[in-house]
Design a protein around this ligand. Structure first.
Ligand SMILES: N[C@@H](CCC(=O)N[C@@H](CS)C(=O)NCC(=O)O)C(=O)O
Length: 213
């Protein structure tokens, strides 16, 4: 069985929980509190030297880091990762876009403005987050005005990668009201079978503590 090191309110962790729920795959869940520094202990750094969740432990003990790498690994051979060479490249294209152009602004704003109430600490970065985040949302809006999903005619891991931080972007001060196609897509993804909310835990999950892991 997989073991997922995750934090409930982390968008990157949520991507993986969302895919596991949609696949109906049971797993063990280890809640890691990044706000208490639990990703920076010697024990955790021995598992992921980059000090981040999510982290997926495979049955053989291999530890796989990086949310989008985990999504690709879990989605291989399922309907969430296409077999066609160009479609696969397009899925990766949107996942790289998410990590380079979307998450660094939208997730950072949510982290500092909502999760840790650190507006004063990051006051000089907010304008740049807003500019970069709204540019990413505008690009998504253009694409989704003509397509129901990022690649092909059904959800892939590109959609889950982008859904995770977009649906909570208002917590980082982003106003989504000017992005109707993005809102329609958020509703479409959330309405599909197997969907779990960020604050929910899928029924197929066994929780264990960090000290037991
Ligand atoms: N590129 C990484 C980013 C992961 C990341 O930033 N994780 C955050 C939570 S969303 C974290 O673990 N922060 C704890 C820390 O930096 O100590 C991924 O997509 O998995």
């Amino acid at each position: 069985m997989f073991t997922l090191y995750s934090m409930q309110l982390s968008g990157n962790s949520y991507k993986v929980r969302l895919l596991l729920a949609r696949l109906g795959v049971p797993y063990r869940l280890v809640e890691v509190d990044i706000l208490k520094g639990e990703t920076r202990t010697p024990e955790f750094l021995a598992k992921n030297p980059d000090g981040h969740v999510p982290l997926l432990e495979l049955e053989g003990g291999h530890l796989l880091a990086e949310s989008n790498a985990i999504l690709v690994y879990l989605a291989e051979g399922t309907r969430y990762m296409p077999a066609d060479k160009l479609a696969r490249a397009e899925v990766l294209r949107w996942m790289f876009f998410e990590q380079h152009s979307h998450e660094p602004a939208i997730a950072a704003a949510r982290f500092w403005l909502h999760l840790v109430n650190g507006r004063e600490l990051r006051i000089n970065e907010i304008d740049q987050w807003m500019e970069q985040g709204y540019a990413a949302l505008a690009l998504m809006e253009r694409h989704l005005s003509a397509h129901d999903y990022f690649v092909g005619d059904q959800a892939t891991v590109a959609d889950f990668a982008l859904y995770a931080h977009t649906h909570v972007a208002p917590e980082g001060d982003f106003d989504l009201s000017g992005f109707p196609a993005v809102n329609d897509w958020l509703t479409r993804v959330a309405g599909e079978p197997g969907h779990v909310a960020m604050n929910a835990i899928s029924g197929a999950t066994t929780r264990i503590s960090l000290s037991q892991a």
